[in-house]
Write a protein that binds this ligand. Structure first.
Ligand code: AMP
Length: 286
């Protein structure tokens, strides 16, 4: 596996692959890789001959007071896991490489970024849109693989690709979960043993609402109430939001339409750890 740390080397490698007619897939990550990331790398392999994984803990997508400094990092382990999963290259630039002195450009996606994560993490999606743009320009991919785990982020990237005319196909990969349903996340290492147990409540809440929707419940408030009633089982959980919205516009009508694709979204804090999860469900046709 190639290990690349500068944008210039990355662009040169990508250009060589393109000149040989190879399709490139990119898998952007912040590292501390887990089975969710590795599933993205394996899925990328199905869409392209060359898989480039990127590893960059992007400071501009963390709001002040968030966990940028203590975000878990283990480059040597990531390098090994990435190679084992079949990545052809790992692009791991430094902060100075991505944002050198004098850097002043920011990419902002409007609209879809106002709610949910955008509301609770000011500036987060500007940081995401900016770094994704820079990673696309560095790795020159034909395909980009992102996880459903960060559903709103996939919508932001889709909008970015459309608006800036990136000639890139977006592939959204399913969420990989622990056996008890907890979505894998690099941040799960922050959880104490007790919090780790309590954290399963997010997925149970999503499932409760998803089952109501699959059984024909179309009233948004009822779907949200179904989540909230399960979430109350863990009183120490601090809820940022539990919401049901159109899966693509994130609009929140009082009544969903038959056949509508709905996303159920939860963001909550357990002690020092902020967790997000979501589930998509289609309202049955009448
Ligand atoms: P992160 O390193 O957390 O920024 O995540 C990098 C990519 O992996 C993003 O596209 C995430 O949506 C995706 N991802 C994170 N957790 C999971 C998971 N449990 N299952 C599948 N994909 C995931």
């Amino acid at each position: 596996m190639e290990f690349i740390t500068t944008v210039q080397q990355m662009q040169r490698y990508a250009e060589q692959q393109r000149c040989q007619g190879r399709r490139i897939a990119v898998v952007p990550t912040m590292g501390y890789l887990h089975e969710g990331h590795l599933s993205l790398i394996r899925l990328a392999r199905q869409h392209a001959e060359v898989v480039i994984t990127t590893l960059f803990v992007n400071p501009t997508q963390f709001a002040p007071g968030e966990d940028y400094e203590r975000y878990p990092r283990d480059l040597e382990r990531d390098r090994r896991l990435c190679a084992e999963a079949g990545s052809d290259a790992l692009f791991a630039p430094s902060v100075e490489e991505m944002y050198p002195g004098g850097y002043t450009t920011r990419v902002s996606v409007l609209g879809i970024t106002r709610k949910f994560e955008g509301q609770f993490r000011p500036g987060h999606f500007d940081g995401v849109a900016t770094i994704v743009t820079k990673l696309f320009l560095a790795t020159k991919p034909h395909v980009a693989v992102f996880g459903q785990k960060d559903w709103q982020q996939t919508l932001v990237v889709r909008q970015l690709i459309r608006d800036l005319n990136f000639d890139i196909e977006l592939v959204v990969a399913p969420t990989v979960r622990e056996p008890d349903g907890l979505a894998m996340s690099s941040r799960n290492v922050y959880l104490s043993a007790q919090e780790r147990q309590q954290a399963t409540v997010l997925y149970r809440a999503l499932r409760a609402a998803a089952e109501r929707a699959a059984a024909g419940e179309r009233r948004r408030r009822e779907l949200v109430a179904a989540m909230e009633s399960v979430l109350r089982e863990v009183p120490v959980l601090v809820l940022d939001y539990a919401a049901a919205a159109d899966a693509y516009t994130l609009e929140e009508p009082e009544l969903f339409a038959p056949g509508q694709e709905v996303v159920l979204l939860i963001a909550a804090r357990l002690g020092q750890t902020r967790l997000i999860d979501n589930e998509r469900v289609r309202i049955p046709e009448e």
